[in-house]
Design a protein around this ligand. Structure first.
Ligand code: CTP
Ligand code: MN
Ligand code: MN
Length: 508
């Protein structure tokens, strides 16, 4: 399906009304007396509403069929706070208390937990407009706390549940095109727009919904408007048809090929990989040679089952040399992604001496080479110095020892059959990154290697809002002129004065 078509915005078919499940629970079934829930049918539909009502009641929640002034929690799906307020205004009931306006995700989490869960920013519906306008006729609505969306991704919760994919796909493509053209400012603009839209608990269906959302400048809003009206953006369409974009996309899909090489090949007139490969005058790096050799495997994404199988083998090898080492899968898989372009691991050992630590990755490479599990590796030595100040650059690379490799994953290491494996194939090439860090740096390294746009904004936040410098190794307080220690990611967030954001909420 064309990701730019607005298929999911087409009006839903009306289903026949189902009233059977909407019978009220008897008082003895209610476990949570001070909570009175009302589920909004608008945009959710009768069937789903009945289903959620039934589930919630079974778990002991009091769910009302009708809106009344005793309702304390209003739950809605695909509605903005403004939508709910508007709906409330046309109801004849005056809610005397101040009901919470919540996204359905809150109720679903409550049902899952079997008890009320804490309401956080990600659950609370955003009110984009000021409804306190006294000239506004009609019934007064309860004052609702306006939840302001931060311009920093590290102050937002971004799960993989993206309600605005039609827009974020468009901005991701535009950002990538700017990256290929080395237009950094526009690239950042589009990335920030995509990032903030990924965090919204509702789908944008009209321009009114964009009010009060940061990182959406006039250029970005113009594109959103066009997508709302036409179902697609002419600019995105032009980029997808652009020769330079298509060539760069293709060339950079080869392991070891970056912007510089792509630029060179493009200028030389190459447009396909087969032409590049068969050109005798071109010299390829060892990395690119491996990239071409295992191209098909490497472009087909890594599944979670494959990542888990690699994880078992990484741990086995690491523990053969450092039995006390911690091996943590980081990157996209730690953020809950089901697919990745590689598998990232952070390794750290509390008890080992510096030279034991320094030799580990080489020992693991030797072992795997002997076992025939290694197709390529590039070991980068550490350039880490203990007293170095954290880097000011938000996307600076770190100084830990690391290894970029291509692993030969044998089929028999997988529990289940993988859809991407062809009949008769006995192994698959998988990109793996291993990072080794000193034990006292593990919290910073883990935060950095868990990644996404979130990480960059965390550094930007530290610099601009806290006068601190954060990178993958350390946190430095410029006012106090000291390094702040941390044993866990939670402690780093606390030093920065931020609410803790779980890894799966960092998909910015
Ligand atoms: N990283 C880094 N230094 C590198 C390479 C990566 O610090 N030389 C960090 C990046 O900042 C990123 C994380 O490692 O936050 C994971 O990078 P990567 O594997 O490229 O991205 P993922 O988020 O894991 O996405 P994917 O599923 O595509 O692998
Ligand atoms: Mn990764
Ligand atoms: Mn990686």
């Amino acid at each position: 399906m064309d990701p730019l078509r607005m298929s999911h915005l087409s009006p839903r078919k009306k289903r026949p009304r189902q009233t059977g499940a909407l019978t009220a629970s008897s008082p003895q079934d209610i476990k949570f007396q001070d909570l009175v829930v009302f589920i909004l049918e608008k945009k959710m539909g009768t069937t789903r509403r009945a289903f959620l009502t039934e589930l919630a009641r079974r778990k002991g929640f009091r769910v009302e069929n009708e809106l009344s002034d005793s309702v304390t929690h209003i739950v809605a799906e695909n509605n903005t706070g403004s939508d709910v307020l508007e709906w409330l205004q046309v109801q004849k009931i005056q809610a005397s208390s101040q009901p919470e306006l919540l996204d359905v995700s809150w109720l679903i989490e409550c049902i899952g937990a079997g008890k009320p869960v804490e309401m956080t920013g990600k659950h609370q519906l955003v009110v984009g407009r000021d409804y306190s306008d006294s000239t506004n006729p009609g019934p007064k609505t309860p004052p609702i706390a306006v939840q302001k969306i931060s311009q920093y991704a590290c102050q937002r919760r971004t799960t993989l549940n993206n309600f605005n994919q039609i827009f974020t796909d468009a901005f991701d493509i535009l950002a990538e095109n700017c990256e290929f053209r080395e237009n950094e400012d526009s690239c950042v603009t589009f990335m920030r727009a995509a990032s903030v839209l990924k965090s919204l608990p509702f789908t944008i269906i009209s321009m009114k919904d964009t009010e009060g959302i940061p990182c959406l400048g006039s250029k970005v809003k113009g594109i959103i408007e066009e997508i709302i009206e036409d179902g697609e953006s002419s600019e995105v369409k032009a980029v997808l048809n652009d020769e330079r974009y298509q060539s760069f996309k293709l060339f950079t899909s080869v392991f070891g090929v970056g912007l510089k090489t792509s630029e060179k090949w493009f200028r030389m007139g190459f447009r396909t990989l087969s032409k590049v490969r068969s050109e005798k005058s071109l010299k390829f790096t060892r990395m690119q040679q491996a990239g071409f050799l295992y191209y098909e495997d490497l472009v087909s994404c890594v599944t979670r089952a494959e990542a888990e199988a690699v994880s078992v083998l990484v741990k086995e090898a690491v523990w053969a040399f450092l039995p006390d080492a911690f091996v943590t899968m980081t990157g996209g898989f730690r953020r809950g992604k089901k697919m990745g372009h590689d598998v990232d691991f952070l390794i750290t050992s509390p008890g080992s001496a510096e030279d034991e630590e320094q030799q580990l990755l080489q020992k693991v490479m030797n072992l795997w080479e002997k076992k025939g599990l290694l197709l390529y590796y590039d070991l980068v030595e550490s350039t880490f110095e203990k007293l170095r100040l954290p880097s000011r650059k938000v996307d600076a690379l770190d100084h830990f020892q690391k290894c970029f490799l291509i692993f030969k994953l044998p089929r028999q290491r997988l529990d289940s059959d993988q859809p991407s494996w062809q009949e008769g194939k006995t192994w698959k090439a998988i990109r793996v990154d291993l990072v080794m860090c000193p034990y006292e740096r593990r919290a910073f390294a883990l935060l950095g290697w868990t990644g996404s746009r979130f990480e960059r904004d965390l550094r930007r936040y530290a610099t601009h809002e806290q006068k601190m410098i954060l990178d993958n190794h350390a946190l430095y307080d410029k006012t106090k002129r000291i390094f702040l220690k941390a044993e866990s990611e939670e402690e780093i967030f606390a030093h920065l004065g931020l609410d803790y954001i779980e890894p799966w909420e960092r998909n910015a």
